[in-house]
Design a protein around this ligand. Structure first.
Ligand code: AMP
Ligand code: TRP
Length: 345
């Protein structure tokens, strides 16, 4: 293997979002909006609603079904076209869980113990956390590797999991003397890779924050969006003229980044327009922009949710297409590992 030239894998994009609770502005700017843009780059795009990841903490079954469909509606309303992308829920394609088991046997305990998301989620109760929550990153690596995906657009918080995915691919290839799994590239780009809480500029905006004021939900109406931005925590200085002037002003930086990402401009361009002005001017402008961009999405989500049978049908078609890619990868993986497959032959 060492003398052979490294294999070149064709570019393929994969990403996933958990159907656990509603979608936030952070999910939209950090993930969904960019998923839709990636479809125009002439590369195959595979997007997954990771329901098996969601159940690493207990979910009410009815709510999980609802959240999965609503997430599918959120993808489609944000511009992900199920004809151009493969859109499906994870549990319909068994390759994910099966490859995750093989990766459970490749990844090392010490690697997983370092994962900050597990430490954050399990907190002081790590002994009571599910084994699934601990092994979560191995399933994420399997999601990506089952498609031989090379590029993974995510928010900043997923960077460590992608580094683990690279380590798993490298160790698998090394242990079995193959050049089979690609080493993925994280794609963490844009002004809003880390949208922060509206109440605390040092914390990420999250659907699990107990305060609803801390986040914009994709299902919020225009009044709620405007009210939340009006009440967003800031300092009392006017906006600076340059991006350097945002240093040490986490809340101001966050609002400028959100504006930039929504308007498809750079933070410097936002400051060229609003520098020197106070939040009394900037917040209403931001609220108007957010309402203009987000309310059509929430309206479309509502419309799509009126026909859940159609959503389920779309996910089923996506799962067939996903399975057609993942199953041959699994077949080769079994062969490499030495697992006999004689059923039906
Ligand atoms: P999750 O909701 O944790 O399943 O995350 C789904 C996707 O949204 C991932 O790509 C995250 O990195 C991204 N994401 C979640 N919260 C934020 C945030 N506050 N800012 C930017 N991206 C985010
Ligand atoms: N762990 C990711 C999150 O919490 C979701 C996810 C699961 C994912 N599998 C993935 C993201 C594969 C990218 C690729 O946000």
């Amino acid at each position: 293997m060492s003398d052979a030239p490294a294999k070149v894998f064709p570019k393929r994009i994969f990403s996933g979002i958990q159907p656990s609770g509603g979608l936030t502005l952070g999910n939209y700017l950090g993930a969904l909006k960019r998923f839709a843009v990636a479809q125009d780059e002439g590369i195959e795009t595979v997007y997954c609603l990771v329901d098996l990841h969601a159940i690493t903490v207990w979910q009410d079954p009815g709510k999980l079904r609802h959240a999965t469909r609503e997430l599918a509606a959120g993808f489609i309303a944000s511009g992900v076209d199920p004809a151009r992308s493969i859109l499906f829920n994870q549990s319909q394609v068994p390759a994910h869980a099966e490859l995750a088991w093989i990766f459970n046997c490749v990844a090392r305990m010490g690697w997983l113990r370092r994962m900050t998301q597990f430490k954050d989620k399990a907190g002081k109760h790590a002994e009571e956390a599910s084994v699934g929550l601990f092994a979560y990153p191995n399933l994420m690596a399997a999601d990506i590797m089952a498609y031989h995906a090379t590029h993974v657009p995510v928010g900043e918080d997923q960077k460590q999991h992608l580094e683990l995915t690279r380590d798993i691919a490298i160790k698998f290839n090394h242990d079995y003397g193959v050049d089979f799994f690609p080493v993925v590239e994280p794609v963490i780009e844009g002004a809003a890779t880390r949208v922060m809480s509206l109440r605390d500029g040092t914390k990420k905006m999250s659907k699990s924050d107990p305060s609803d004021q801390s986040r914009i939900n994709l299902t919020d109406d225009a009044d709620a969006i405007a009210q939340k931005f009006r009440k967003a925590r800031t300092d009392s200085e006017p906006l600076p003229e340059t991006v350097d002037g945002l240093d040490g002003r986490a809340e101001a930086r966050n609002l400028v980044n959100i504006y930039a990402a929504l308007a498809d401009v750079t933070p410097a361009q936002v400051l060229a327009q609003f520098g020197g002005q106070g939040f009394g001017t900037f917040k209403p402008a931001l609220a108007d922009l957010a309402v203009a961009k987000l309310t059509p999405i929430s309206a479309e989500m509502k419309r799509l949710m009126q026909d859940v049978a159609e959503i389920d049908r779309v996910l089923g078609v996506g799962a067939e297409r996903a399975h057609a890619i993942a199953e041959p990868v699994l077949d080769q993986t079994r062969e490499i590992v030495g697992l006999i497959r004689s059923r039906g032959r």
